[in-house]
Write a new protein. Structure first.
Length: 335
């Protein structure tokens, strides 16, 4: 009888860990806007579904879109550290004090398109050349398309920008348009429509996808495709939380992060932004203008001045810009 009892205990000891491991780790993902916003609908949603459907069953992502855990986009990085969410979508440009080096992506003319921007972002993160990420595990590295100006007032040339109050998405982009005579106003994208309705701003610097996503197309009808620079987005996870996960859960997260998610983002967002511009050009109620040759010298002068001043602010900025250019040359050489 004792032998049978001992064997039973041994069997339970063997089964028990497996039973425990069979329980998935549950992680909370916060998203500041609704679930139709393009970054969520065309990328993050599919990542959540892929992780949850993984055969291992090791991880369950509970998604909280619609700002259910917090609507303020600048607050998302701190929400992760405070444990309000385990994972969240972050716009580093809105918290420059936390992610100071991400301003390099805003430099006008540096990043040509979403794909090379994402590759540059990943390369700089991998080399630990961007401050602010040490407390996070990077789930996804995203890059906006280049920003343009979308206005309620006609813009036919650079001269029409002078004196306009324009929402900006980051400090460096703000400095670029300021050199062109604009009064820059920093604010999140989900505040643009209300601000334009109040007359607080006349236009916004943003990307085509965001114009549709946040209803900005309802209050603007003039699109000036000026290529102002871009800014990164990231899906970040609390690093302490990631480090505490069982290996099986880490394996699932690693399987879909950051490469799988970032590649999906590049594919879907590149196509979508192009489609939006095509729709705007076909819309008889909208005016789409590309800067004329006569305006290019003024745009180039502003761009070069902003880039030179940013690099001159510190030796670190100069080194980062040089490294970014070096990496971009390698990325472009592989095409």
């Amino acid at each position: 009888m004792k032998r049978i009892f001992a064997l039973a205990l041994l069997a339970l000891a063997t089964v028990a860990p497996n039973a425990v491991n069979a329980q998935p780790v549950t992680l909370k993902l916060a998203f500041f806007a609704n679930d139709t916003e393009v970054n969520y609908a065309k990328a993050i949603k599919f990542w959540v579904e892929a992780v949850n459907a993984d055969p291992s069953g090791a991880v369950k992502i509970e998604a909280y879109p619609n700002g259910a855990l917090g609507k303020a986009l600048p607050a998302q990085p701190q929400m992760i550290l405070d444990g309000v969410a385990d994972i969240a979508f972050v716009n580093p440009a809105l918290v420059p004090g936390r992610f100071p080096d991400d301003q390099v992506f805003e430099l006008p003319g540096l990043v040509g398109n979403i794909k090379e921007g994402v590759q540059l972002y990943q390369a700089l993160q991998k080399a630990n050349l961007l401050r602010g990420y040490s407390d996070y595990f990077v789930v996804g590295s995203f890059m906006n398309a280049n920003a343009h100006v979308f206005s309620r007032k006609p813009i036919k040339s650079v001269a029409d920008l002078k004196g306009m109050k324009v929402r900006i998405s980051g400090a460096v982009i703000g400095q670029t348009v300021k050199e062109l005579g604009v009064v820059p106003v920093l604010m999140p994208p989900n505040e643009v429509v209300e601000a334009m309705g109040r007359g607080t701003i006349d236009a916004t610097t943003t990307v085509p996808a965001a114009v549709v996503d946040f209803g900005i197309d309802r209050v603007t009808s003039h699109d000036y495709l000026i290529q102002l620079g871009t800014n990164p987005f990231a899906v970040l996870m609390n690093k302490q939380k990631y480090d505490s996960l069982p290996q099986a859960a880490k394996d699932v997260i690693n399987k879909y992060s950051p490469g799988w998610l970032s590649d999906l983002y590049v594919k879907n967002l590149s196509a979508y932004n192009g489609e939006v511009i095509d729709q705007f050009k076909a819309d008889k109620k909208r005016t789409v203008v590309t800067p004329a040759d006569a305006d290019l010298p003024a745009i180039k002068a502003a761009s070069e001045k902003v880039t030179a001043e940013w690099a001159a602010k510190s030796p670190e900025n100069a080194k980062l810009l040089a490294k970014a250019r070096e990496l971009l040359a390698e990325i472009r050489a592989k095409k």
